[in-house]
Design a protein around this ligand. Structure first.
Ligand SMILES: *Cc1c(COP(=O)(O)O)cnc(C)c1O
Length: 380
């Protein structure tokens, strides 16, 4: 059996262990510490905006705190892109709030600004003002931020950007994660860089960051004993994880370039295949880190469907995965309102994510090429 080719696997840069050793030598084996400060600073420098960053235990935790800081509570409504990973929407439920899902538009597969406006109008008509809008840059592709921010401004609703998959992406030259009232990043094991598990909240004021740090460290009031006037969380990043993060930040630009090269590989591979479209930047306004390269396969033109391709790759021990199943189609969110047509549903039916790791070797790419070529040359 050939060795497994993964969709996206961790890729260390080399200096991660150095930072972990420093933490051990100083006995900073705790949450907080110099690596946490250093990692936050590295992210701030990379994002280049006027931002403050709080390193946390997960991207999901960052989203949860963003919702709390936007004042989302029991019975409130929060608008969320449907085509995403469940962690974008789960924190809405943590707060006892109700997600309102929005369809994708076909260019970026992200939140459709037209359906967003329609949804807000309709929620207003029903006497509900949504408390926040969660927009996602899925697979690294920036959402149409100009249009989305315009709608958000029109109705005075804060935007939370889920940039978990898009560190290193930008829109009109501005880093993803820095457009909204808050942005969130993830350093989970499968993301473009990893701390083995972790996330960050991107803020635009010291006050917002301080509040996130306060809430993420059990909300301890200023007193010699343990005193609490808020419900707290244990969401801070550890100094060991942050050490991995510092090593990873040194190679982030290389990782982005390698993922973009994988996208180029697939663009060339599918160039002459009728019925396959590779998700690509709609114009030079969009710069994607291409965290995952993804395609849609038109079964009528190809004569075989997405699932046939997935299974053919699986036969050769090559991992691929259907696009994320939209939230409005998930049993757990079956009762949530949804605004849109069938764009996300169709993407889910025909779409496939392909191996995109920055550490794929030439012989692995060759195996992928051969498996794909064989699939499309073989008659159904
Ligand atoms: C990974 C991911 C998250 C969650 O991040 P964690 O660090 O795993 O909690 C949220 N949203 C999207 C779109 C993701 O891909």
């Amino acid at each position: 059996m050939n060795e497994k080719i993964w969709l996206s696997s961790p890729h260390m840069g080399g200096n991660e262990l150095k930072y972990i050793h420093e933490a051990f030598d100083a006995n900073w084996v705790a949450p907080l510490g110099p690596n946490v400060d250093g990692f936050e600073q590295d992210i701030v420098s990379f994002l280049e905006g006027n931002v403050q960053v709080a390193a946390l235990s997960a991207g999901t935790a960052a989203l949860h705190l963003a919702l709390i800081e936007c004042g989302v509570g029991y019975g409130d409504e929060v608008i969320c892109q449907s085509m995403t990973f469940s962690a974008s929407a789960n924190p809405i439920a943590y707060q006892g709030a109700i997600p309102v899902f929005i369809d994708s538009e076909p260019d970026t597969w992200n939140m459709c600004p037209r359906h967003l406006r329609e949804a807000i109008r309709d929620r207003f008509a029903k006497g509900k003002k949504p408390k926040a809008i969660i927009v996602v840059h899925l697979y690294g592709m920036p959402a149409k931020m100009d249009e989305i921010l315009q709608v958000a401004k029109e109705f005075d609703i804060p935007v939370i950007e889920d940039a978990a998959e898009s560190l290193g992406s930008s829109y009109k030259g501005q880093a993803c994660g820095t457009f909204g009232r808050f942005g969130i990043l993830s350093f989970n094991g499968n993301k473009i860089i990893t701390t083995s598990g972790g996330g960050a909240l991107v803020c635009h004021s010291q006050e917002d960051k301080d509040k996130a740090v306060f809430l993420s460290t059990q909300a301890r009031d200023n007193a010699p004993h343990y005193q609490h006037s808020h419900i707290g969380y244990n969401y801070r990043m550890s100094n060991i994880s942050a050490g991995i993060g510092r090593g990873q930040m040194e190679v982030l630009t290389e990782r982005v370039n390698a993922r973009r090269a994988m996208h180029q590989f697939y663009t060339e591979l599918f160039e002459s295949v009728e019925g396959v479209t590779v998700l690509s930047e709609p114009s030079s306004d969009f710069y994607s880190n291409h965290w995952l390269s993804a395609i849609v396969l038109d079964a009528e033109k190809v004569g075989k469907n997405r699932e046939d391709l997935r299974l053919a790759l699986f036969e050769d021990n090559i991992e691929s995965r259907p696009l994320w199943k939209p939230m409005h189609m998930q049993p757990v969110f079956a009762n949530s309102p949804y605004y849109g047509t069938q764009v996300a549903e169709k993407l889910f039916k025909d779409g496939l994510c392909l191996p995109s790791g920055s550490n794929l070797k030439d012989e692995e790419k060759l195996r992928i090429r051969e498996a794909v070529d064989t699939f499309f040359l073989t008659k159904p």
